[in-house]
Unconditional design. Structure first.
Length: 346
């Protein structure tokens, strides 16, 4: 039996309550690995509500912010240091250490780096990652899409594993809905304002779910709130149940990203509901959306409106079927297990 440490970020609990795609993936991966026979220990905040074996005595950043309001800028780094100290004390208990955080774990692992795996859940094309990769050329890194992997140096690339989610979390709805859906952070990377414009141009109402981005709080008031009306309703943050209802009742999900999306979890959540995805051709999108089969890949608002006119051509049962074939947590766990065993070869 392989013994695996899954080291989560300290921003949200595992699994997350609302926003937190990374945390959701880590929980689904860990649960699926256990079902495949791996011995999994989760390093995660103390407010995590999971039945997985867990190490961590400090709450998440989100919990601290709820308790104290704004916290000192150094709190995230302090939480990471405390977590890595716990990991250091238990290193010998694991065959593989799989880290999903930022940077400091690479230094802590030292000679254990070659028996570790790092998954980066963010873009890799900026200076911080360039410095990181240059300093740790022996750190194995798993890409979450080929698009992201293209920005990872060859020395670090351990493979590519697309995300997956629990097969049974969302049920497919085979009846096309009467509105469009947008789910994501309210930020200029995700462009909910574009989604509203496209919906109006197509003559369809839209419902938007997601958190207001803490890193760009003015964007919502400046770019989104003025567009809200009876035909464009902001629902606020959505948990799993609310997200499932929103996505399964939609005619399509709009995914008008304006950045090099490394994966885009909501696309496969929509597919699990049988809901076609209209997504902009950036980052991972052409890997995830099969044009004409699970949705349409577009390059402009005009193309998105034209795609919506054809969305009835998409077989919703076929969308769900492709989700089950490509994006379940079990498939993700099997792919990661294969990487773990490769890393353990002498």
């Amino acid at each position: 039996m392989i013994r695996v440490a899954q080291v989560a970020p300290n921003i949200f609990p595992i699994p997350p309550e609302h926003h937190g795609g990374t945390e959701r993936v880590i929980h689904d991966l860990s649960t699926a690995l256990r079902s495949l026979g791996a011995e999994v220990t989760l390093f995660a905040p103390s407010d995590s509500a999971t039945d997985l074996p867990r190490i961590g005595t400090h709450p998440s950043l989100a919990a601290l912010e709820r308790r104290y309001g704004s916290v000192a800028p150094g709190v995230p780094a302090a939480l990471d240091a405390l977590q890595l100290e716990a990991l250091r004390r238990h290193l010998d208990a694991f065959d593989i250490v799989h880290c999903h955080g930022e940077f400091a774990h690479a230094a802590l692992l030292g000679e254990r780096r070659r028996r570790s795996l790092t998954t980066i859940h963010w873009r890799v094309d900026e200076l911080d990652r360039a410095l990181f990769f240059e300093g740790f050329p022996d750190l194995p890194v798993a890409a979450i899409s080929a698009a992201q992997g293209a920005g990872i140096p060859a020395a670090n690339r351990a493979g590519t594993v697309h995300h997956g989610i629990d097969r049974d979390r969302y049920a497919a709805s085979l009846a096309p809905g009467s509105y469009l859906a947008f789910v994501g952070r309210m930020t200029d990377q995700k462009r909910p304002d574009t989604a509203i414009r496209v919906a109006r141009a197509a003559g369809l109402p839209i419902r938007l779910g997601g958190t207001i981005d803490v890193g760009n709080p003015g964007y919502f008031d400046r770019a989104v709130r003025p567009l809200l009306a009876k035909d464009a309703v902001y629902l606020g943050p959505v948990d799993d149940a609310a997200k499932g209802a929103l996505l399964s009742g939609a005619a399509a999900l709009l995914f008008p990203i304006d950045w090099p999306e490394p994966f885009g979890l909501v696309m496969i959540e929509a597919m699990a509901c049988g809901t076609p995805v209209i997504a902009w051709n950036r980052g991972s999108v052409p890997e995830i959306v099969e044009d004409g089969l699970t949705g349409f890949v577009v390059s402009s608002e005009e193309e998105a409106v034209a795609a919506l006119a054809r969305v009835g051509e998409i077989d919703r049962a076929g969308v769900r079927r492709r989700f089950e074939e490509r994006f379940t947590a079990e498939r993700m766990a099997r792919d990661y297990l294969a990487l773990y065993w490769c890393l353990l070869e002498p």
